[in-house]
Design a protein around this ligand. Structure first.
Ligand code: ZN
Length: 435
């Protein structure tokens, strides 16, 4: 198969012809043309120019036979502040009918939402007549504008994203979010990290300076840029010297959970705390101790948090009460498995649509922190009951979800060892950085 090359011009000569990259598609092929392109990202004269190899598959031009001479592919990296008309000029398009279509036709509209760093490609005749324009829009769909008959048509299809694995590790000095920000861990990944370990670690109260984390997670890239993050595949959290590890395992495609290297589930039957640990609530607890009053004083735990902080169901169950309940204000009660039940009070509002008799899953939104009923400030009043009697949940050793059986563990082990090795490597890198 013929594999033409896009040759990037020297980045040191950004003026004159612009940084045009040319592809001479000398032959028209009826099949797919695979070529290696070099996306040259340029974000300003003072910054270094990154060169990232990208492999793309483009369907061959259908209209080549119509034109006598050779068509060209060019690509441009979108710069901050770029306009579509500037890009069209840089792409060497000299075609009034095409620019008119792009300007007027509604289907061409997504082309105007440009994102710096992404690549836009055009195929033209040597005279500059537009044959094709390709661009992956902000919503990650690929737009293909093609000359067809006397006019143009626009097609839109999901772009092919490359799945990659990213590694991040950090040490907590002041707060978890300060540490994740420092290593640029996306908030969505931080949220997953908390969710994975919240059965074992009370993030509101037990985080300590010197705690460490390491994460291996999926990213999806386009033209070398991360466009979205996926799932955490492996994670490690060292809390007060206690090392916890979590490895993602799917017993069937789409049906997975996190397990320790020994195959034990990391999910507990009850959350350590029903108040969501978020950037907002964690900022709050740095200024105020999150526990207003301990259980022994009033048979419940009060978690101070800003009004509006999300409250989640501590475990699976059925809503047995949702409404106003005297001094509790807006309250919800949930009946769980066995004789367990939980109560959530002083809420500013309920989860949308929440009602009595509804089934609820662990972690589902119940309502929002507030100060309704007899409350001096915004906090969650949380009660944990066994057969209707309040008990202190922090004193209970709550059971884990089911561990992997022998057969599943045999399948899990080789994957776990591989992920474990990546976590170990991350931990060594982090230690080296601290030294
Ligand atoms: Zn209370």
């Amino acid at each position: 198969m013929y594999s033409p090359q896009i040759l990037p011009e020297k980045p040191s000569a950004p003026q004159s012809a612009g940084r045009r990259t040319w592809l001479a598609a000398a032959v028209a092929l009826p099949t797919l043309v695979t070529f290696a392109a070099y996306g040259v990202a340029e974000f300003g004269p003072q910054e270094a120019v990154a060169v990232t190899p990208v492999t793309e598959s483009l369907s061959a031009p259908e209209l080549v036979s119509r034109v006598a001479s050779t068509p060209f592919w060019r690509e441009e990296v979108i710069r901050p502040g770029d306009t579509l008309s500037a890009l069209i000029v840089r792409l060497g398009v000299d075609d009034d009918a095409a620019t008119d279509f792009i300007r007027r036709d509604a289907t061409a509209k997504p082309l105007y939402e440009l994102r710096a760093g992404r690549v836009i490609r055009a195929q033209t005749t040597p005279e500059g007549k537009l044959l094709q324009l390709r661009y992956v829009a902000v919503d990650n769909t690929e737009l293909q504008l093609r000359a067809a008959g006397d006019g143009f048509v626009v097609n839109q299809a999901p772009a092919a994203l490359a799945r990659e694995t990213a590694f991040k590790s950090g040490t907590i000095n002041s707060s978890l979010f300060a540490a994740t920000d420092r290593v640029e861990l996306p908030d969505e990944v931080t949220r997953q990290l908390i969710e994975i370990f919240e059965g074992e670690i009370d993030f509101h109260r037990k985080l300590q300076k010197g705690d460490r984390f390491g994460v291996v997670y999926e990213t999806y890239t386009l033209d070398g840029q991360v466009v979205k993050t996926g799932r955490i595949l492996a994670a490690e959290f060292v809390n007060s010297g206690r090392k916890l590890q979590a490895l993602w395992y799917e017993s069937q495609p789409g049906d997975g959970a996190y397990y320790s290297p020994k195959g034990e589930s990391l999910k507990k039957s009850f959350l350590q705390t029903p108040v969501e640990f978020s950037r907002i609530s964690s900022g709050f607890s740095m200024r105020f101790h999150p526990i207003l009053r301990e259980w022994k004083q009033h048979k419940g735990i009060d978690y101070a948090a800003p009004t509006g902080t999300r409250i989640r169901a501590a475990s699976d169950g059925v809503v047995t009460f949702a409404g106003v309940k005297g001094a509790y204000g807006n309250a919800v009660e949930i009946q769980h498995q066995g004789a367990y039940s939980t109560l959530y009070g002083h809420m500013s509002g309920f989860a949308p649509g929440l009602k009595q008799g509804q089934r609820i899953r662990q972690g589902d939104l119940v309502g929002f922190v507030g100060s309704t009923g007899r409350a001096t400030g915004p906090h969650l009043h949380y009660e944990f009951k066994i057969a209707g009697n309040q008990v202190d949940p922090t004193k209970l050793n709550l059971p884990h979800a089911k561990a992997l059986d022998v057969r599943e563990f045999a399948r899990f082990r080789p994957q776990a060892q591989q992920l474990n090795a990546q976590l170990d490597l991350l931990a060594r890198v982090e230690v080296a950085r601290l030294d």
